[in-house]
Ligand binder design. Structure first.
Ligand SMILES: *Cc1c(COP(=O)(O)O)cnc(C)c1O
Length: 370
């Protein structure tokens, strides 16, 4: 926490406003809008709920397809199944580790050739680990084939592409304020869009789709997805420290690069090319097996673990998940699979202490001498 959160939470208690909706919810929405430069934001109970609402509003349903990045967390994909549609997985490209525009085009051409393009209802690129996907290329394809884009920016709040915030390129953008993200409301998310009527509809659907009547009347199926006024209070305080958190996370990343340089390790990572500004939510690195050998990553992970330093493999691609067995996958080069096999996420907290850094640096140095 940054310090300002308690002020907003205390206000909610003082006003006895302990409910979904309320002044903090409106305040947080206004904060998100001005920060990201987007016309509308709806504060919700989770990022997953935000993706679900976006796809619902786009009319995704039984028998439809949604093209989604395979290299991601399951929450990018599960809402497709909630709606009875099928995910079609797209491989990543080497620079950003995100949706490969070339492979996306192949998939679109495939559906066009089969006469099933009308069944493709959305494209979901993900800005993984806070690094923007190739949105210019993805948006031109989306426009060419007239398919709306839902950007999963759950991990990339504050990351920009040529100065434009991730989440603001597509029809919809999704942020997450889950406990593990760069800032948090303990649990929560937001759906953003420049289309006011779509966000109005999202707010309605998120509150059980109640019609405008004195009694409870419903003409649509809704959800209970609104953020509480307490959580939003935490969020308002967190927004005040977001830029500081981004600086801390970016400093972590730079520090690892410096350590690797000193050790002579030629590490690969998501590059900040093409006008990219990453928030570096997590410090994730790729240990090329041609350079390090194929056991290096796992041996390093286990070595760190033996010193009580937690590191983790990267997201396991969705086309390799048992639950998505049999789903369609496009990707000739299998980049996502390779990044999963040889990538590692190192300690990335905003609050790593000097002492913890010394332990990490010592451990990496020791490992390099083995
Ligand atoms: C965290 C996350 C989500 C889901 O957000 P929640 O708020 O946890 O529901 C979606 N996509 C990605 C890539 C995430 O990392």
């Amino acid at each position: 926490m940054g310090g300002g959160e308690l002020k907003y939470v205390n206000e909610a208690f003082a006003e006895n406003w302990i409910a979904p909706l309320g002044p903090n919810v409106n305040g947080l929405e206004a904060d998100i809008q001005s920060y990201a430069g987007v016309k509308n934001a709806a504060a919700l109970s989770s990022g997953t709920g935000a993706i679900h609402l976006a796809l619902d509003i786009l009319g995704v349903g039984e028998g439809d397809y949604v093209l989604v990045q395979s290299f991601t967390f399951c929450a990018s994909v599960n809402p497709i199944e909630y709606l009875g549609a099928k995910p079609v997985f797209i491989d990543s490209e080497q620079d950003s580790w995100n949706m490969c525009p070339e492979v996306l085009e192949e998939a679109l051409q495939h559906f066009e050739a089969e006469g099933k393009l009308y069944r493709v209802k959305a494209i979901i690129p993900v800005h993984l680990y806070g690094v923007p996907a190739r949105m210019n290329e993805i948006m031109s394809l989306a426009e060419k084939y007239s398919i709306p884009v839902v950007e999963d920016a759950a991990e990339s709040l504050g990351a920009t592409l040529n100065g434009k915030h991730t989440g603001t390129f597509g029809e919809f953008g999704v942020y997450s304020f889950n406990g593990n993200k760069i800032i948090t409301t303990s649990g929560g998310g937001a759906l953003i869009s420049n289309d006011s009527s779509k966000i109005q509809l999202a707010r309605k659907l998120a509150t059980q789709a109640r019609d405008d009547a004195p009694h409870y009347q419903h003409s649509m199926i809704g959800y209970n997805y609104r953020m509480s006024n307490i959580c939003a209070g935490i969020g308002r305080g967190q927004m005040e420290v977001l830029d500081e958190r981004i600086q801390q996370r970016r400093a972590n990343f730079e520090r690892y690069l410096k350590i690797f340089q000193e050790l002579g390790w030629e590490i690969e990572y998501q590059n900040e090319r093409y006008g990219v500004f990453a928030n570096r939510w997590l410090s994730a690195f790729y240990f090329n097996p041609d350079v390090f050998g194929s056991n290096f990553r796992e041996e390093l992970r286990l070595f760190l673990d033996s010193l009580n330093i937690e590191s983790r493999p990267l997201w396991k691609p969705m086309h390799l998940q048992p639950v998505y067995d049999g789903c369609q996958y496009f990707g000739k080069r299998n980049n996502a699979e390779r990044i999963f096999d040889f990538g590692l996420c190192l300690p990335s907290g905003s609050n790593l202490t000097l002492e913890e850094w010394e332990r990490i640096e010592k451990a990496l140095t020791e490992f390099s001498k083995r």
